[in-house]
Design a protein. Sequence first.
Length: 258
Amino acid sequence: MTERTGRRRAGRDAGGREGRREARANAVVATKPFIERKIPYVEYLSEENLQLIEDNADILLEEIGIDFLDDPEALEMWKQAGADVQGTRVHFPKGLCRSIIQATAPSEYTQYARNPERNVIIGGKRTVLVPAYGSPFVHDIDQGRRYATIDDFNNFVKLAYMAPGIHHSGGTICEPVDLPVNKRHFDMVYSHFKYSDKPLMGSVTHHERAQDTVDMAKLVFGDGPGHSGYGQAGIWRRVCRSKLCINQSDQCEFTHDL
């Protein structure tokens, strides 16, 4: 029996093409854990300089303030927290924002993935690597530079899933302009859940789209006692399933959609 014949027979014995396809479908994608930093951070500014920045920020927040438009609930919350609310403009007494952050924002937290082995810790000395965010254009060999589509988005999610050095699936890896703006967030979040089991970022371009992200996550992880996704009753409301980041539309203004 020749070497070539032996290889063909071995392929048939292992299931041939169907066997290889099944092996690929059942393959476990190796992923490195998030990075635990063991070297100190580079200090670009001294404590005095950092304090100077915060002091000037306090001046702007107290004397100029920030507008919260079309959001009476937010205005009432700031009033109860001790801010000076004048119409839609909120003025923050010195130290108020710092005290709220220190009282409510954890120094680190765990973001839970669909696969528990891929949970990541955000904060502390950890470094979590994610794909790029918000690119309106993509580039490939065949078509060059062009607007991105949902097919491009799906491919990037798959690539991020297969990359062992990427710890997080990201969010809007590229902007799929072939879908309507008011509906594309459904396809993007669905893509993250379908093609990856790493943590993800949800939609933040409108408060209703953020709620859609939460509702979709409930379908994946379950909601209510006994349906947490990890078998712990009531855990849903105590853990982070999706990470969201927002940018205000103006330096001194927040709109209701944020």
